[in-house]
Design a protein around this ligand. Structure first.
Ligand code: ZN
Length: 254
């Protein structure tokens, strides 16, 4: 995962938030930024709506384009391997029904394992809002890296704002970004929390994921209906029992 900064010229002179966004682009994001090209990246990050809003307020949000620089997917090789795999499992891939299955399998896994890039827009917290911001029951679709079977559930993601706030839909984007890759639920939970901490420098972050793992419910112990719950609490949400309790209450978990 890499973060590429797309800071328009005016946003760069824009105080604390911009400084933070720029800082986050140092290091792993550099390769991605140069690959996209700064001009193109800036254009794609600041859509017409945001540009209009910025023109009205004279305040540009800071935007980051989040891209994944990990695995490249060779669809043709995956398709060949899927055909071998199915044959090894005793399936006849010459039948009309199965003929196209290796291609569909490769495509399906490619889709499940490849995060789509997204633009993360953060705004200065000018109002000084310091209460919990929480998105409940964000759908989670991921693939367990031990069995390559799906796990499906919901994430509750919240933070106590510091200098920057985030467009609300972006919490779901962050979840999707880290879910679309071979995962274990514990790591997914922590990656989301760590990433929000890094990008927003909030005073607290909480992430709870509840998911059903098909490797556990469809096979093995076949514990149908069981869910696995993981949580990461950072900052005030970790240190302060009352804040943590509020998070769990608002998330509908207590
Ligand atoms: Zn598994």
């Amino acid at each position: 995962m890499a973060v590429a900064a797309n800071l328009p010229a005016r946003a760069q002179g824009n105080g604390r938030g911009s400084a933070h966004a720029a800082a986050s682009a140092i290091g792993p994001g550099h390769a991605a930024a140069s690959a996209i090209g700064p001009g193109l990246a800036a254009a794609s990050a600041i859509g017409p709506g945001l540009a209009a809003a910025a023109a009205e307020t004279g305040e540009f949000p800071a935007a980051l384009r989040v891209v994944h620089d990990g695995n490249t997917i060779d669809l043709a090789a995956a398709q060949r391997a899927a055909a071998d795999f199915l044959r090894a499992l005793g399936m006849d891939t010459r039948t009309e029904s199965l003929r196209d299955t290796p291609r569909r399998m490769a495509g399906a896994y490619a889709e499940l394992l490849r995060p789509s890039p997204f633009n993360l827009t953060t705004f200065p917290n000018d109002e000084g809002y310091d209460e919990l911001v929480l998105a409940r029951a964000i759908p989670v679709h991921s693939v367990c890296e031990h069995h390559l079977l799906p796990f499906i559930g919901v994430a509750h993601v919240g933070y106590l704002p510091g200098a920057r706030i985030l467009g609300l839909s972006k919490l779901a984007r962050v979840v999707g970004h880290f879910a679309r890759r071979p995962q274990v639920q514990e790591r997914l939970t922590k990656q989301i929390a760590d990433w929000l901490t890094e990008q927003l420098q909030p005073t607290g972050v909480g992430v709870v994921i509840q998911a059903e793992h098909t490797c556990m419910t469809l096979r093995g112990v076949q514990a149908a209906g069981s869910t696995t719950v993981t949580s990461t609490m950072l900052g005030t949400l970790r240190a302060d029992g009352r804040s943590r309790a509020e998070f769990f209450t608002l998330a509908g978990l207590s």
